[in-house]
Design a protein around this ligand. Structure first.
Ligand code: NAX
Length: 327
């Protein structure tokens, strides 16, 4: 058996927490030979509920689970961590603008970034799920100067998976036969779900589907607005699929992207594709499996695609401006 990996999850008593925890404990990120220690962080009012989640995890008697810590102190949760999922944040309240949400949640990520900086392993990987995840990731990264910026990423894997699913359903093929859509930009409804490089059964998606109007008028808005559709249907936001995507994101970081494929991940821009340096923007990335990623280079845009992507980059710049006091 390998030595245990220490994994922290914030918002452990929340919906996504409830769906993701058993999967990490079952070895779905680090494999069936690697034990895990789970550290769950919550706000004080949710601690009792968190203890209940801890009891349930215990009752699963997972062979790989070596320890469970429930706490409301970030420095306890992040101590010696190999992997941190920053999921906990406040949901958008009635009448709240996106800007208000950013200002409300931003401070959570200054404190948690600083705590990661202080007590986590220097090699820790942090995946930000709590919204607005790109900008929250920017804040956390900024407050952890002793950890490489490349160790931070925000989750657009759910959007990526939604794009795969829509293409598969439209083409009438299995999900496994769809590769390489791309989510460019922000995890918000300005994101640009790009089908131009996607492959279905090893053929270009646009040859298989051959319906430009469908891509523009159905595919893009369906992926962009899928979160809203789930809320309308379920009365609650996506949790099972969000947790699944967070597992996929972490699994890809630590196990790599299969040959010839990429995934979508929001990472720090190095200026690729004209994205201002330092923004946390979703790009197509490949991973080697050692926790590192690389932005796929040399892909081309149509004028339509470029305009869509630029809109999302602009929103990310506005978000950065909104939180500049926290950076
Ligand atoms: P829930 O409201 O069910 O759970 C959030 C939990 O976080 C609560 O238990 C709350 O007490 C806790 N929390 C709040 N502030 C905290 C803090 N400072 N430290 C630790 N815990 C804290 O929300 P849930 O459905 O689990 O969603 C969590 C976040 O994921 C939200 O911000 C949501 O918008 C975001 N999402 C992001 C997605 C993505 O693709 N990036 C998709 C799914 C989801 O919407």
């Amino acid at each position: 058996m390998a030595s245990p990996k220490v994994v922290a999850i914030t918002g452990g008593a929340g919906q996504i927490g409830y769906s993701i925890l058993p999967r990490i404990a079952a070895g779905e990120v680090f494999g069936k030979e690697t034990p895990v220690i789970l550290k769950l962080l919550e706000i004080p009012v949710a601690l009792e509920s968190l203890e209940g989640v801890g009891m349930e995890l215990e009752d699963c008697a997972f062979p790989l689970l070596e320890g469970i810590v429930c706490t409301d102190e970030p420095e306890v949760a992040f101590q010696d961590c190999d992997l941190v999922f920053l999921i906990g944040s406040k949901p958008r309240g009635p009448g709240m603008e996106r800007k208000d949400l950013i200002q409300e949640n931003g401070p959570i990520f200054t404190g948690q970034g600083a705590a990661i900086d202080k007590v986590a392993k220097k090699s820790v990987r942090t995946i930000v799920v709590g919204n607005p995840c790109n900008t929250n990731c920017l804040i956390a990264m900024h407050h952890a100067p002793s950890i490489p910026d490349e160790n931070f990423s925000a989750m657009t894997q759910l959007d990526h998976n939604r794009a795969i699913a829509q293409l598969a359903v439209r083409a009438g093929v299995h999900f496994n036969e769809v590769k390489n859509p791309i989510i460019w930009g922000n995890h918000s409804n300005t994101q640009f779900p790009d089908w131009k490089h996607a492959m279905i059964q090893k053929k270009p998606a646009e040859e298989v589907i051959a319906d430009e109007a469908w891509f523009k008028d159905v595919f893009i808005p369906t992926v962009q607005e899928r979160g809203k559709a789930i809320i309308q249907a379920r009365g609650k936001s996506s949790a099972l699929s969000a947790a699944n995507a967070a597992i996929d994101h972490a699994h890809t970081l630590f196990n790599g992207t299969p040959e010839g494929t990429w995934t979508s991940m929001a990472v720090k821009s190095d200026g690729s594709y004209g994205v201002p340096e330092g923004l946390i923007c979703s790009f197509p990335v490949t991973c080697k499996g050692d926790g590192t990623w690389e932005i796929v280079q040399g892909l081309e845009f149509t004028t339509f695609g470029r305009e869509k992507f630029d809109l999302s980059i602009h929103e990310l710049e506005e978000e950065r401006e909104t939180v500049k006091g926290l950076l």
